[in-house]
Design a protein around this ligand. Structure first.
Ligand SMILES: NC(=O)c1ccc[n+]([C@@H]2O[C@H](COP(=O)([O-])OP(=O)(O)OC[C@H]3O[C@@H](n4cnc5c(N)ncnc54)[C@H](OP(=O)(O)O)[C@@H]3O)[C@@H](O)[C@H]2O)c1
Length: 341
């Protein structure tokens, strides 16, 4: 039994972690924390936990984290965990950090896109980027996991097989991304109240979104080429789910969709959470909701430049907490699917 804590337990990602970990046979939740005025039973915040999890949620306390837990899930806004993690690693805790604080190796990009000075840059190189499809072997031995962002999870998984197989040009990648508004977190903000989001569709942070450098860094690292992308995120009036339509330019116009599908099938051959669609079938958000799956579909024709990849995930599961538990399962040698299927 692994004793785990969740910091940021009252947020959307924290809540999903509680739900998954409660049904995990190898886990005991021993500590919950958030930025709250006074300690309060978690079942008073989430009523459905009454009689199932009677733990007090409290303000972060390093000593209690270290004495009660072996591993911590940090589901905090970015810039918060970079202050806490150095102390926690010294206490020999393992960390799965869902924020962006340790995702970017390029500190300059972190500081530029998150508009803040990094407080523990010396630790960044210790962090393993927690995308199991790419880094499973490193995740097994990791002490600190930088769990990927939601848009990057879909974008990287959608592009990488074609890039590695050298099927696409690298100067014309376009990601048109759409996210439900739990992606913005639970904290109230005028931009994500119901009357602003409902019956509306809008683009935001066009080609300046903080997830762009994360996607570019991972694609560049893996392909050993300098990759630039164009990225247009949109907010859609749904609670959860991400759909990305990715436009790529084929190097060889003759390639048919069947050949593309077989490249992706080979690349993700043993992956438990990747589902590849056959020709003329395309993923949709409702088929991945409340699951840890990443669904991929393809369009191209022989004689055309264009390759379209469509990717769907649940932002709170494969895009956040599901992926975090997938990483946990890998770190501790559990079946990777445990509590996720
Ligand atoms: N939402 C997604 O789809 C998604 C996807 C991928 C990654 N992520 C990442 O996951 C992290 C959490 O996201 P979220 O959507 O769950 O955010 P959220 O709903 O805003 O939750 C943030 C949590 O952190 C707590 N918190 C804030 N400041 C704190 C502090 N100084 N000390 C202790 N606790 C503090 C909040 O407590 P109070 O509620 O009491 O303020 C809340 O429990 C973020 O870094 C986000 O980028 C989110």
């Amino acid at each position: 039994m692994v004793n785990v804590g969740i910091v940021g337990a009252t947020g959307y990602a924290g809540e999903e972690l509680i739900k998954i970990l409660l049904r995990h046979p190898g886990v005991k939740i021993t500590y919950l924390s958030a930025k709250i005025d006074k300690p309060i039973p978690i079942s008073e915040i989430f009523g459905y936990l009454k009689g199932r999890l009677e733990i007090i949620c409290e303000l972060p306390d390093y000593k209690r984290m270290a004495s009660l837990c072996e591993l911590l899930f940090m589901a905090l806004p970015h810039t918060v965990s970079m202050e806490m993690v150095p102390y926690l690693l010294k206490e020999n805790l393992k960390i799965i950090d869902l924020s962006a604080d340790y995702r970017l190796r390029d500190i300059k990009n972190y500081e530029k896109f998150y508009n803040v000075k990094h407080k523990s840059p010396q630790i960044i190189k210790e962090a393993v980027y927690g995308l199991p499809e790419l880094y499973r072997e490193k995740i097994k031995k990791a002490k600190l996991i930088a769990n990927p962002g939601c848009y990057p999870t879909a974008g990287i998984l959608g592009i990488l097989p074609a890039l590695i197989a050298d099927l696409i040009e690298t100067d014309s990648i376009i990601i048109d991304a759409k996210s439900g508004f739990t992606g913005a977190g639970r904290k109230p903000d005028l931009n994500n109240i119901f009357s602003e989001v409902n019956e509306n569709l809008k683009a935001y942070k066009v080609n300046i979104h903080q997830h762009m450098p994360e996607i570019e860094e991972q694609l560049s690292r893996f392909s050993k080429k300098k990759i630039k992308i164009n990225f247009v995120p949109h907010l859609i009036p749904l609670n959860r789910g991400i759909l990305e339509t990715i436009y790529l330019k084929k190097k060889d116009k003759k390639l048919e969709v069947k050949e593309i599908i077989s490249v992706y099938k080979r690349f993700y051959k043993k992956e438990p959470f990747i589902r590849i669609y056959e020709e003329k079938k395309f993923p949709q958000i409702k088929d991945v909701l409340y699951t840890n799956f990443c669904d991929l579909g393809f369009y191209t024709k022989a004689g055309e430049d264009l390759l379209i990849v469509i990717v769907a995930i649940d932002n709170l599961l494969k895009g956040a907490s599901g992926q975090a538990v997938q990483n946990f399962n890998i770190m501790y040698g559990f079946n990777e699917r445990e509590s996720l299927l």
